[in-house]
Ligand binder design. Structure first.
Ligand code: HEC
Length: 206
């Protein structure tokens, strides 16, 4: 193994530990957690979400299961509530990369913990843009970052919340302004996407 590769692995292991601690502190998915504790938790222990033959095998099937269960017990949850419970379960147990095409721009986000970063990397091969979110100094990874991508001439192309420190997207070649907001502070950078190349931007918050 080359020295460069060894160093890269060492750096990554330390960031995963810090990143995890940081992300755990986020007050994430409060509503989803509340709904789940109120209506669902009594009936199952955590094991149901990790058993071998899990019914939830990706983000979409997880939402299907949440929809099925709230229906089974006679609740009439709106889509937003189903999504927030699914996000809570995903953040707590499943850790599926989130992948949606919104406005024709495919994107995925996540990266909390080593497993999820490996999965995202494997699934993210066709993405040509990677954003990374971290704290300046400590290098701790940040999650729940609001991302807005605009064309160089203005005009919003994509708005999404990154579920973890990595945000991958596929954009047509051209110029873009990309802003990321965390802890109430928005950072904006410009980037040119060239054909056949992958671009990466790292945002650091003080
Ligand atoms: C009456 C008891 C009961 C209640 C109430 C209940 N569940 Fe479940 N849940 C189960 C059982 C048993 C399973 C496993 C068997 C199955 O999937 O049908 C399960 C499975 C699941 C799964 C799939 C796990 C996996 O990955 O295979 C999800 C997701 C889930 N429940 C979410 C919820 C949510 C959200 C609520 C609240 C709206 C809820 N459940 C309420 C008993 C319950």
């Amino acid at each position: 193994m080359s020295r460069g590769r060894l160093l890269a692995i060492a750096a990554c292991m330390s960031c995963s530990v810090q990143g995890f601690a940081q992300v755990q502190e986020q007050p994430s998915e409060g509503r989803g957690e509340l709904l789940y504790s109120t209506h669902c938790r009594d009936c199952h222990t955590a094991e149901v979400h990790w058993r071998d033959k899990k019914r939830a095998t990706d983000w979409n099937s997880l939402k299907v299961q949440v929809r099925r269960w709230q229906d089974n017990i006679g609740l009439v949850w709106e889509e937003a509530d189903i999504a927030s419970v699914a996000r809570y379960l995903n953040a707590t147990y499943y850790r599926f990369p989130l992948r949606t095409a919104e406005g024709g721009v495919p994107y995925a986000s996540g990266g909390i913990g080593q497993d999820e970063r490996v999965a995202l990397h494997a699934g993210g091969r066709d993405h040509n843009l990677k954003l990374v979110f971290a704290e300046r100094g400590s290098g701790a990874y940040l999650a729940d970052v609001k991302v807005v991508i605009e064309g160089a001439q203005g005009g919003k192309i994509l708005e999404a919340t990154s579920q973890g420190p990595w945000f991958l997207a596929t954009l047509p070649p051209g110029g873009y302004r990309i802003s990321a907001e965390s802890r109430g502070e928005r950072l904006t950078r410009s980037i040119a996407i060239s054909p056949g190349k992958r671009s990466e931007l790292t945002y650091y918050w003080p």
